[in-house]
Design a protein around this ligand. Sequence first.
Ligand code: HXC
Length: 257
Amino acid sequence: VTYETLLAETHGAVTLLRLNRPNALNALNSQVLRDLIAAFAAYDADESQRCLVLTGSEKAFAAGADIKEMQPKGFSAMYGENFFAGFERVSAARKPWIAAVAGFALGGGCELAMMADYIIAADTAQFGQPEIKLGIAPGMGGSQRLTRAVGKAKAMQMCLTGRMMKAEEAERASLVAQVVPAARLLEEALAQAQAIAAMAPLAAMANKEMVNAAFETGLAHGLLFERRLFNGLCATQDKVEGMAAFAEKRAPQWHGA
Ligand code: HXC
């Protein structure tokens, strides 16, 4: 499949998507949104694909929503078309995916990266919610996901001053899982994606669902949700296979069932 603003490749069971609007630092416009929704739907539906990496360029993961596209839109247009609410379909992917971020991840770009299950950052990465400088505010989850990731102090400081956070600080603040040298970003992200792709697929979805539940529930319900899903996984063929393979000191052969 080809997309206007995305380059898509498969590496075995791993889908690699690259944002590809080099002249606009991968700014997110309606076409990017349509392409991402289609690509994520295709990924979720394709049983041969088990993990996905979304990346940008060396200079920018994405420098935000496309300011030129937003410029003429007032409240009626934004509210009427529910501007960029379609990104909820990207964050709703059931299968695992990683954002591999180099360079700028600003505004909607930072928000898109935070929709990933986790972020791997190049040492060149810079994160920010600079919307305030345009007289606006985050609109794709930045105020919520950034605050949950780094806490109130840094989230508030970043949103109110628009300052950027470099990779090293982002790792310290738990915004990213890991920082790697820029030259190794893709290699490292793909290696981790291959490792995830080699796990039992139902277990991968369940692990993702459980961790995400921690952001939606109180502790007691979260623990119950986890335990029930754990109980449920014990009814899968892959649980039987995984434990048999351990006992027999061999690699498991997953059934995806
Ligand atoms: C449209 C953008 C863009 C953006 C960069 N470009 N960011 N176009 N929307 N968000 C374009 C520039 O206009 C320029 O095009 C080209 O990309 C290269 O950018 P430069 O500014 O020349 O590069 P540089 O000097 O290196 O500066 C990089 C930068 C700067 C610091 C990242 O581009 C910048 O501040 N961009 C805006 C970042 C931002 O405010 N993001 C938040 C957007 S609001 P030309 O044609 O001039 O060469 C948002 C809201 C999300 O994201 C919520 C939606 C619901």
